[in-house]
Design a protein around this ligand. Structure first.
Ligand SMILES: Cc1ncc(COP(=O)(O)O)c(C=O)c1O
Length: 357
């Protein structure tokens, strides 16, 4: 039985493979003269943020204020970039408190928000977020200069540069197709940069990119700092993305699940369902599945079949599932069970779990 000491379902993380993934992207970024500011939304864990920084990252990104609060409160010493605008009076009060204890930079995309942040009187580093094609947050490229000028007029705000992230292209499997899409997105950022510079403001930082655009961002050198998140843990969705020969990554993240029943020869039931592995990007795959396949069978259960043939597993057996989407699966667990080549070395709390506020 694999991992006999671990109660299931559990989220396993192979630290040897994590280190290989972290080093692979860090070395490539450093060799290209670019900085890495990995996105902590994928792992939400102090120890993993620390590992990334010890190996060369300049800081981390957080998707939400609460994620940064949790990581800072639990001891991650880092420069934090909050990559979603922080809007509303309650959140801004919390931001001001956090900025007293941690180095914070954040993005803005609205004039009212800039005015409100300026009124706090607390010194904050600010990036203007540009919508480079995702159609989510961010000003249109033509409006970046005006907002940058407004930021620079607030005494307590320091305009540092731009953020441009295009999430929808990250999972495009073909490297060639993805390259064309990244070029398009970065042209929008370049247009914004030109306009901001023409308005007399220096653009010191250009932050963006993900695990899928990474090899292309290295070549283009449009961004100064890269924000990949999933590259640490990976998932089956990302495994389909062609990252180019030198950048391929392993899969350290699995869900350990136990067979609890085999009511008929061709169907085994395991103790992992929708509460144990996310389904937004499809079903997880079985590690070393040997012809077996996993299906969701409700909140608490999954079913394993073998194309109609009798399954080669029995109650008490353990299986490992590779999640289809790492971020949303990690967010289901309180901690990672850390192992090196199958030997458990401890647990790391996922302190940012559920911290979406
Ligand atoms: C702003 C931002 N940057 C970076 C990332 C990291 O992307 P990935 O997990 O694809 O590496 C994300 C992910 O959603 C993001 O929202």
């Amino acid at each position: 039985m694999s991992f006999p000491e671990v109660d299931t379902p559990a989220l396993l993380l192979d630290l040897d493979q994590v280190e290989r993934n972290v080093d692979r992207y860090q070395r490539a970024a450093s060799a290209a003269g670019l900085q890495l500011r990995p996105h902590a939304k994928a792992h939400k864990t102090v120890q993993l943020g620390r590992l990334q920084i010890e190996r060369g990252a300049i800081g981390v990104c957080c998707a939400k204020l609460a994620e940064a609060e949790a990581l800072a409160a639990q001891g991650l010493e880092a420069s934090f970039l909050i990559t979603t605008p922080v809007v509303d009076a309650g959140k801004i009060r919390r931001l001001v408190e956090l900025a007293k204890r941690a180095r914070i930079m954040l993005v803005v995309d609205g004039e009212e928000n800039v005015a409100e942040l300026g009124r706090t009187g607390v010194t904050l580093d600010v990036l203007v977020e540009v919508d480079v094609g995702q159609g989510r947050t961010g000003v249109v490229p033509g409006a970046a200069a005006r907002l940058a000028a407004m930021v620079s007029k607030q005494k307590s705000l320091r305009f540092r540069g731009l953020q441009g992230y295009q999430g929808r292209l990250q999972g495009v499997a073909s490297l060639e197709e993805r390259t064309a899409l990244v070029r398009e997105a970065m042209a929008k950022l370049a247009e914004s940069e030109r306009a901001v510079k023409e308005a007399g403001l220096p653009v010191e930082i250009k932050s963006g990119g993900g695990s899928g655009s990474f090899p292309i961002d290295l070549e283009l050198k449009m961004l100064t700092e890269l924000q990949p998140g999933s590259y640490v843990t990976m998932d089956t969705n990302y495994a389909k993305v062609d990252l180019g020969g030198d950048h391929s990554l392993g899969n350290p993240l699995t869900v350990l699940t136990s067979v609890v029943s085999r009511p008929v020869p061709d169907r085994a039931v395991v103790d992992a369902g929708w509460k144990s592995a996310s389904s937004d990007s499809g079903v997880p795959s079985l590690l070393n599945g040997d012809g077996h396949g996993f299906e969701f069978a409700g909140d608490e259960h999954g079913i394993v079949r073998r194309n109609g043939a009798p399954v080669a597993i029995a109650p008490g057996d353990r299986l490992q599932l590779i999640p289809s989407h790492c971020d949303t699966t990690v967010n289901l667990y309180d901690s990672f069970v850390i192992h090196r080549s199958g030997k458990v070395t401890g647990t790391w709390p996922i302190v940012g779990r559920g911290k979406a506020q």
